[in-house]
Design a protein. Structure first.
Length: 119
């Protein structure tokens, strides 16, 4: 719930609109409970970016599994990516632009080598 509300706030108002007190209020819990799960805002942002990347990779993997040919695999994976970025791109862009999160890269460690091995 914490990450879901953080995502909505960041998408609507940007990273600067989020702080632990407001996040607790939006979720309907105390600020102390938010701190119990995430000791600081940077960890909330990193967890949210990781969640977004992992969800995208999961959808891409499922699309790849349904492709019977290389062409279908590429088309389906690309389609999933484009749809996801259309819906979640602003959130991912805002998180990736945040200095405390930006240097971490893609936390799912998805790279060309893993795609080549998969194919």
């Amino acid at each position: 719930m914490i990450l879901g509300h953080a995502a909505r706030l960041i998408s609507a108002e940007g990273v600067s609109a989020v702080n632990m007190k407001r996040l607790g209020k939006e979720v309907g819990v105390s600020k102390a409970l938010v701190y119990n799960y995430y000791p600081n805002l940077t960890l909330v942002l990193k967890a949210l970016l990781t969640r977004e990347y992992r969800h995208l990779r999961k959808l891409q993997f499922e699309a790849a599994e349904s492709g019977k040919t290389l062409e279908r695999l590429v088309r389906r994976v690309t389609h999933v990516y484009l749809v996801y970025i259309k819906e979640h791109g602003p959130l991912i862009d805002r998180l990736a632009a945040e200095p405390s999160v930006a240097n971490n890269g893609d936390p799912t460690e998805y790279n060309r080598d893993s795609a080549v091995v998969y194919i």
